[in-house]
Design a protein around this ligand. Structure first.
Ligand code: ADP
Ligand code: MG
Length: 619
C-alpha cells in the first residue's frame, strides 16, 4: 500500500509525469514484490523507469547492466538531471575515477549503479558487490545475451556467473524491445529468471508514420524532404560507407547541417560525429547500420532509409529510433531495385558465417534470402504498412492504421488479368531467362539495344501492352511476385521464374484483381497525416504564436544543455517543451503540471523557462 503511493510520488517528483504508461505499473509492482521480472516493450515505451523507480524504493543498491558506454552515460546523465544519484562504472573512467566511484558506492551514495558487463567479474567489483546490499540486478537491452539477435554480446553471458557469486540472490529483472520468440526464450533461459512475471505490451508504435517511396531520383527526393524538415533532427541510413560519404558530402555542400557515421571512420571521429548529432550541433546524421545501437536521443523526428535494409528486423529497429519521446515522427523508405541486388550480394558474400559447416551456412543463407524477400514485399504491398509489419512479428494489427502511406493513399480495385497474362506469357515464351526490366521493356515495346540484342523484339508479346504505363506494369509485376505467381532467382541476375500458381493465369482461368493507387496518387502522397500538417512533426498541434514560443524555449534548452554538459533532450524532451507551449504556465505550481517537469529540474532551471513564457510577447 505504501509502495503504491511511493512509486507515484517518485514518478511525479523526480520525473515529472502524472501517469504510468501501459505495462509500467505491472512491471514495477512485480519487482517490488520481489519477483523476477521480464519486460518486453517497444523502443521509447519507457522501460528505464520500470527498474529505476523500484531501485529508488528498495533498501539497497540496484545494479543495472547495459551494453554500451553511450547508453550508460545518457541514462546516468538523465538521472542526475532529475536529482537522483547514480553512477556508471565502465572503461571510460580512469583508474582513479573508477576507484573513487567504487568508494562512493561502498558508502551507499548511489541507489543505482550502471555497470558494463565486462566489469562484473573483476576482483574489485566482485569485492564491492559481495559486501554491499544488492537489492536488484536489472539487465537492460537483455537481447544481448542471445545469439539469435542482432546484438549478441558474449560479455552478457557473465551476468549469471556474477549473480551466482553474490552471497544471496537479488531480484533479477530484464528488459528488451526485441520482438522475436527465440530471443525472448533465450533471455529467460540464459539469465535463469525464476518464475518471472512477463509483460509484453506489443510492438506497435502509433506515433510513427510509415511510408514507402520508389523515387526516380533518391537524392532529389531526400533534398525535398529535408527542405520541409529544417531544424528537425533525423537519421538517414545508407547501405554502404561509400553512399554515406556521397550523400553526406552533397548535403553539406547544400548547407544542411549533416554529419556521418560508419565503421570506416576512426574511433575519434565516430565519437565526435555522434556527439555533434546528440547535442543537436549537426541534427542530420547520415550513417550505415553501424550507427544507432545505444542512441537514446529522444527527439529524432524522422528516419529516412536511402536504401532498403536487409530484413524487417533491421528496418524496424533502425526506423524505431525515431520518435522515442512519443511525439509524431516519420519513417520513410526509398526503395530502388538496385537495393535488392546489393542485399543479395551481401548475403552471398557474408563473411560472418565462416565457421559454420557447409550445410548450416546454406541454411542461414536461405533464411536470409527469405527475410530479404519479406522486406521487399513490404515495399511492394498496397496494404497497411503497419499491419504488414506487425504480422511479420507475429502480432495482429487492424487492417487500417490511418498513419502510413498506404492508408493515406486512395486505392481502387483494378482488374489486371490481361496484363498478368501478357507478362507471364512473355516470361514463358522467352524461356524464363530474363529479369523484370527486360520483360517489362518487351511487353511495353521499348526499342533499345538490349531488347534487340536479346531478340525480344521478336517475342510475340513485344509491344502488346504499349499503352499501359511502365510504372503500372511494374506494379503488376510486383504484385505477381508478392502473391507467388512468379519468383526471382537468388543471384545477381534475378531472373523471373514462373511458379506452379502461374498456370491458372497462363491458361486464362485465373482472374486477377489488385489494389491500385487512383490517378490523383501524386497529390494524396504529398499529403501529410493530420497531426503533422500544420507544422513540423511533433509541433503539429501548435498555433503560429506557440510555434514561435517553442523556438525560444528550444534555444534556451540548448543554452542550458551547454552549461550542464548534457544533450538538450535530457534537459527537457520536445514533448515537454510542446506541453509548455500549450499550457503556458505562469507560476511554479502550473509549471510543475507540465509533463516532464519534476521538482529538481524546476529548481535548477524551471524559472528560466517560466520567464521566457511569461515575457514571450514583450520580446
Ligand atoms: P525505452 O528504454 O523503453 O526505449 P525510455 O525508458 O528511454 O524507453 O523512455 C522513453 C521516453 O519516455 C523518455 O523520455 C521517458 O522519460 C519517457 N517516459 C517514460 N515513462 C513515462 C511516463 N509514464 N509518462 C511520460 N513519459 C514517460
Ligand atoms: Mg531503454
Amino acid at each position: 500500500m505504501e509502495n503504491t503511493w511511493k512509486k507515484r510520488q517518485i514518478l511525479k517528483q523526480y520525473f515529472g509525469y502524472d501517469d504510468f504508461r501501459e505495462g509500467q505499473e505491472v512491471l514495477i509492482d512485480s519487482i517490488l514484490n520481489g519477483r523476477d521480472t521480464f519486460g518486453i516493450m517497444p523502443t521509447g515505451a519507457g522501460k528505464s523507469l520500470c527498474f529505476q523507480i523500484p531501485a529508488l524504493i528498495f533498501d539497497g543498491i540496484t545494479i543495472v547492466i547495459s551494453p554500451l558506454i553511450s547508453l550508460m552515460k545518457d541514462q546516468v546523465g538523465a538521472l542526475n538531471q532529475a536529482g537522483i544519484h547514480a553512477a556508471y562504472l565502465n572503461s571510460s573512467l580512469s583508474t582513479n575515477q573508477y576507484f573513487k566511484a567504487l568508494q562512493f558506492a561502498r558508502e551507499g551514495r548511489y541507489p543505482i549503479i550502471y555497470v558494463a558487463p565486462e566489469r562484473l567479474l573483476t576482483d574489485s567489483f566482485l569485492d564491492f558487490a559481495c559486501h554491499a546490499k544488492i537489492a536488484m540486478v536489472a539487465v537492460d537491452e537483455a537481447h544481448c545475451v542471445s545469439q539469435w539477435g542482432q546484438d549478441f554480446r558474449p560479455s552478457y553471458l557473465k551476468i549469471m556467473e556474477f549473480i551466482e557469486r553474490l552471497p544471496y540472490r537479488p531480484v533479477v529483472s530484464a528488459f528488451t524491445a526485441s520482438a522475436t520468440k527465440e530471443v525472448r526464450e533465450d533471455i529467460v533461459d540464459i539469465l535463469m529468471l525464476q518464475d518471472p512475471t512477463v509483460m509484453s505490451t506489443g510492438f506497435d508504435r502509433p506515433n510513427l508514420y510509415f511510408e514507402v517511396q520508389a523515387p526516380k531520383n533518391k537524392y532529389k527526393a531526400l533534398l525535398d524532404y529535408l527542405g520541409k524538415h529544417t531544424g528537425e533532427s533525423g537519421i538517414i541510413y545508407c547501405l554502404t560507407r561509400k553512399q554515406v560519404e556521397e550523400v553526406c558530402g552533397s548535403l553539406i555542400k547544400e548547407g544542411i547541417p549533416a554529419t556521418r557515421y560508419h565503421a570506416g571512420l576512426s574511433d575519434g571521429e565516430r565519437k565526435n560525429n555522434q556527439d555533434d548529432f546528440i547535442y543537436d550541433r549537426a541534427p542530420v546524421m547520415v550513417a550505415t547500420n553501424a550507427f544507432g545501437m545505444g542512441i537514446d536521443k529522444s527527439n529524432v523526428r524522422y528516419v529516412v532509409h536511402y536504401n532498403m535494409p536487409k530484413n524487417m528486423e533491421s528496418y524496424y529497429q533502425e526506423a524505431g529510433r525515431a520518435g522515442r519521446d512519443g511525439e509524431p515522427a516519420e519513417c520513410i523508405l526509398y526503395y530502388g531495385g538496385q537495393d535488392v541486388v546489393m542485399n543479395q550480394f551481401f548475403i552471398e558474400n557474408n563473411q560472418d558465417n565462416e565457421e559454420l559447416d557447409d550445410i548450416t551456412r546454406q541454411l542461414v543463407r536461405e533464411r536470409d534470402h527469405e527475410r530479404l524477400r519479406k522486406m521487399t514485399f513490404y515495399c511492394f504491398t498496397n496494404e497497411c504498412l503497419r499491419d504488414y509489419m506487425l504480422r511479420y512479428f507475429g502480432e495482429y494489427g487492424g487492417n487500417y492504421c490511418g498513419n502510413c502511406s498506404n492508408c493515406m493513399t486512395q486505392f481502387e480495385e483494378a482488374d489486371v488479368t490481361d496484363i498478368a497474362a501478357a507478362l507471364t506469357g512473355c516470361v514463358r515464351e522467352a524461356g524464363q531467362r530474363y529479369g523484370t526490366n527486360v520483360l517489362i521493356d518487351t511487353v511495353h515495346g521499348a526499342n533499345t539495344a538490349k531488347i534487340r540484342q536479346y531478340r525480344m523484339d521478336r517475342n510475340s508479346y513485344y509491344g502488346s501492352l504499349s499503352k499501359v504505363p511502365v510504372y503500372k506494369l511494374r506494379q503488376v509485376m510486383n504484385h505477381l511476385l508478392v502473391e507467388g505467381y512468379i519468383r526471382l532467382t537468388n543471384d545477381e541476375y534475378m531472373l523471373v521464374k514462373l511458379t506452379e500458381k502461374a498456370r491458372g493465369i497462363l491458361k486464362g482461368e485465373t482472374v486477377l484483381v489488385m489494389k491500385m493507387a487512383k490517378e490523383q496518387e501524386k497529390k494524396s502522397k504529398e499529403k501529410k497525416p493530420e497531426k503533422t500538417k500544420k507544422g513540423a512533426a511533433g509541433t503539429g498541434d501548435l498555433k503560429e504564436e506557440e510555434l514561435q514560443l517553442f523556438e525560444k524555449l528550444r534555444m534556451l534548452r540548448t543554452e542550458i544543455a551547454r552549461e550542464e554538459k548534457v544533450p538538450p533532450y535530457i534537459v527537457f524532451s520536445d514533448k515537454t517543451l510542446i506541453h509548455m507551449c500549450i499550457l503556458k504556465p505562469k507560476t511554479k505550481a502550473e509549471m510543475l503540471k507540465v509533463s516532464g517537469v519534476g521538482e529538481f529540474k524546476y529548481e535548477k532551471y524551471g524559472e528560466r523557462f517560466l520567464e521566457v513564457i511569461v515575457h514571450r510577447s514583450a520580446q
